[in-house]
Design a protein around this ligand. Sequence first.
Ligand code: GTP
Ligand code: SPV
Ligand code: MN
Length: 595
Amino acid sequence: MQSIASIKVLTKNKNVLRWVNEVVNMTNPDEIMWIDGSAEQLSMLREEAVESGELLPLNQEKYPRCYYHRTDENDVARMEDKTFICSRTKENAGPNNNWMKPDEAYKLGEEIFTNSMVGRTMYIIPYSMGPVGSPFSKIGFEITDSIYVVLNMNIMTRIGKKAVDVLKDSNDFVRGVHAKCTLDINNRFIFHFPEDNTIWSCNSAYGGNVLLGKKCFALRIASYQGYKEGWMAEHMLILGIENPKGEVKYISAAFPSACGKTNLAMLIPPEGYKTKGYKVWTVGDDIAWLKVGEDGRLWAINPEAGFFGVAPGTSSSSNYNALMSTKKDTIFTNVAINLDDNSVWWEKLDKNPPVNALDWKGNPWNGKTATTKAAHPNSRFTAPAKNCPSISPNWESPSGVPISAIVFGGRRAKTAPLVYESRNWQHGVFVGSTLASETTAAAAGKVGVIRRDPMAMLPFCGYNMGDYFGHWLEMGEKTSNPPKIFHVNWFRTDNDGNFLWPGYGDNFRILDWIIKRCEEEVEAVESPIGYLPKAKDINLDGLEMTEEKLNSLLHIDKDLWMEDTKNIEEFYSKFGDRLPKQLKDELNLLKNNLK
Ligand code: GTP
Ligand code: SPV
Ligand code: MN
C-alpha cells in the first residue's frame, strides 16, 4: 500500500490527516488521490471512468461534456430502512428515525469497510457546502472509491483546494466515508453520527445515499448542527420574484421528495405576467440553510452548487430552465439512451420516444412497442446550477437572500386547498409539522400512500422531530420580522383522479397572491384552517378556469379535515413529551374551529 505521505496531500490539518489515516488503514486502498478540483485532474478521472465503462460519453456535439451512468436495479432511490441516525441515545434520534447504537454501527461499518478498497483507488474530496468562505458555509470531506461520486460531487458542491484553504487547522468538518463494496443490499447502510459529524455509507451507488454533501450532511447532520447553533437546515427551494418595478422578494418552499421543488424553483411565469415584466430567479432547488439576520429577518443560502433533479416529466414545456441546465457538463443516471444519436430520453421529454434505445436497465427498448418505462421514475440529472438560465444573480451571495414567505406543500388528492395562509408563526409551525403527502418514487417502497412528512423533513431530520418542532418555534421567537407561512397543494384531483389545477408555470398565480399577502395588498377570508384567498384575488387571466372550479380548489371539507385531525393526533402521540405544548394547543384550536 502507498503511504499517504507519498502522494500530493492537500492539507497539513492534523485532524484531517489523522482521520484519513484511520480510514486508509481500515479500507486498505491500492492508491490514494486527493481531489484538488483542477480541470486536469477531473478530465483524467472522466477518461478513466469512460475506459472502465462506469460512464458512457453522450453525443458530444449535442451534449458537450455530458455522460451517462446506470446504477444497479436495486439501487435507484434512497432507502429509508437502510438509513440510520446513530445518536448516543435512541430518544435523541426520535421516533422519526431508525436508530442504532453508535458503538454497534461503527463496529458493523468497520466490518464492512475493512479491506473494501483493496485493488481500488481512494479519492479524498474536500468540499464546501455554501459559497466558499460565506459565514453560512461548512466544510466536509468525502472519502470514496467511486469516480462517479467524485464527478457528481464536483457538480453538486464546491470541491478541492479552496475548501481545505478555508478550513485551515480547524476540527470543524464533516467526515464522510463511502465505499461501494459489493453493492450487497443486505449490507447496505447509511449511518449518521450527528454528535461526531460523521457519515458512513456502504454498498450503494445511488446519489442520495452516496453524494454525502447533500441529504446526509446538508440536511441530517446540518439540521442537528443548526439545532445546537441556532440556525436551520431545511428541505427547501429558494426563489426570487421580480416585479415590474425591479423589486425582488424571496420565497422558500418545502415539499417532500418529487413533489415539485425543482419545478417551482425554475418556473416561467404565465404569458400575461411575463409581458408585464415579472420574472422568477432561481437560488436553490432542494436545500436551504437559514439564519436570523441583523435586521430581524430570516436569510437563506443554497448550500449546493448543482441540481440533482428528477428527469421524467422534465420537458421544454414543463420545465424549460431545468432542461436547459442539462445541456452541458451534466451526468444522467438511469434514464434511457437513444442509440441512434447517443442522446438521452425519458418519459414526457417529448412526443418522439426513440425506437432504438436501451432502457434504464440496459435492455433494448423501442418506443413504438414498449410496454415498460424507458427511464426509471426516479432517474436523475446532475447539472451545474450556473447552467440554469434563471439562476439568480444573488445565488452565491455570501450573506444569503432575505425570505419574505415560507411555503409548505405536498400531494393531497383531497383535503388541502390550493393555498392558505397561517395566522402567525406558531400556527405556521403547526401547519408545517402536519404536512402530509402521497409517497413517490424518490424513496424505495410503496408509491401513493399518504404519510405525514413534517416540513418535508421526515427522512432528513437528524434528531428527534419533537425537538425539531421546538427549534422552529424558538427560531420564530428570535426573528423579530419572520416570514409569513403558507400551505399549497398543486395536486388536488376531481372524482376521476384528474388534477384540478394546471400547476407548473401557473403556480406563479399563487406565488403572486402570497407576495401580495406579504405586502398587505389584498385581504383574505378567515376559515377554520387559516386565511383563504378571495377567489377574485387569484389572477386567472389567460387560464381556462371557471371561478366555480377555483372555488372547488379552495373548498374546505370539514369532515375530511376532522378525519385529518385524528391522524395528526396519532402522529403527534409518537413524540410523547418531546412534542411542544404550543402544537397541541394549535391542534385543539383547529378541532374547535372545525366544530
Ligand atoms: P426531489 O429532487 O426529489 O426533492 O424532488 P422535487 O421536489 O424537486 O420535485 P420535482 O420538481 O423534480 O417534481 C417531481 C415530479 O412532480 C415531476 O414529475 C414533475 O413533473 C411533477 N410536478 C412538479 N410540479 C408540478 C405541478 O405543479 N403539478 C403537477 N401536477 N405535477 C408537478
Ligand atoms: C430527494 O429524494 O428529496 C432528492 C433526491 O432530492 S436524493 O438526493 O436522492 O435525496
Ligand atoms: Mn429533495
